[in-house]
Design a protein around this ligand. Structure first.
Ligand code: BTN
Length: 254
């Protein structure tokens, strides 16, 4: 299968399976077996053991949502630069959602969730295979809530395109558009257009410059304002007049 869109490589090969445990797991398996071409997409109508961040589970009702993984070989990136993949994936998903919800407040919640208002509409799980100082392969797992209206897991504040707009969407068409946005951002990254990508990501960051309560891994609760995200992906928070930096998992919103 292939998507009908204007990309050069992302979504030119689509392995679509009616049912799958996890598209990320399947993608990782086939990379090790037969090195699929760059841009190959694994998608399913019914993902039964969707993987989320920090070992969580990703809920997705059959036939209702986008659950797909894109295989990339970003050999031009070093391990230290791997956050760039979170940045471009967030930008791609953000742009897709925003194109259908132009009047809503759509934001990128660090490191790579997409929110509408204070509700999560999409999650991203990136699994990289490293080789020395480089990235050998990357699986970009994208879960976007599209037509699902009820959520049963303990996912915090989920929402979907249908809940936000009252409309029903064509999953395949949206997936094809998502590939276009992802390819555009990936090619910008490859062409080293870092400033543009970084500015876009920072500008749309959830709760930037808003006073918020955070909790650290060590259970310290403090108030601060998000100022941005540095090149390595650390969240920069102004706390009591001082800038402090947190890696993923070191801090979360209360
Ligand atoms: C998160 O916890 O926010 C990340 C969720 C990522 C879910 C997607 S759905 C497609 C891909 N396959 C998986 O098993 N997970 C990702």
């Amino acid at each position: 299968m292939t998507y009908i869109n204007n990309t050069l490589f992302i979504g030119k090969v689509v392995i679509h399976l009616p049912r799958l445990d996890s598209t990320n797991k399947y993608a990782i398996d086939i990379i090790s077996k037969n090195k699929p071409s760059e841009g190959t997409v694994i998608s399913t109508d019914n993902q039964q053991e969707g993987r989320g961040q920090i070992g969580s589970v990703w809920e997705s009702q059959a036939y209702k949502n986008i659950t797909l993984s894109v295989i990339l070989y970003p050999k031009f990136l070093s391990v230290r630069e791997q956050f760039a993949l979170n940045r471009i994936s967030s930008i791609a998903v953000f742009r897709l959602i925003k194109s259908y919800l132009p009047k809503k407040e759509v934001k990128i919640k660090w490191p790579n969730d997409i929110y509408v208002g204070h509700r999560k509409i999409a999650g991203i799980l990136i699994q990289n295979a490293l080789h020395g100082q480089g990235i050998q392969s990357s699986v970009i797992g994208l879960g976007i809530n599209v037509n699902q209206k009820r959520f049963y897991s303990n996912a915090p504040n989920p929402t979907s395109l249908q809940l936000e707009s009252g409309e029903e969407f064509n999953i395949k068409q949206l997936s094809a558009e998502l590939c276009e946005y992802l390819e555009e951002a990936y090619l910008k990254l490859k062409q080293q257009q870092y400033a543009e990508l970084d500015q876009f990501y920072q500008y749309h960051l959830y709760q930037r410059n808003v006073s918020c309560k955070f909790v650290t891994k060590g259970n310290e609760i403090f108030e601060g304002k998000i100022k941005g995200v540095d090149a390595t992906g650390r969240l920069c928070v102004k706390k009591a007049g001082e800038l402090v930096y947190f890696s993923f998992k070191e801090v979360s919103f209360v």
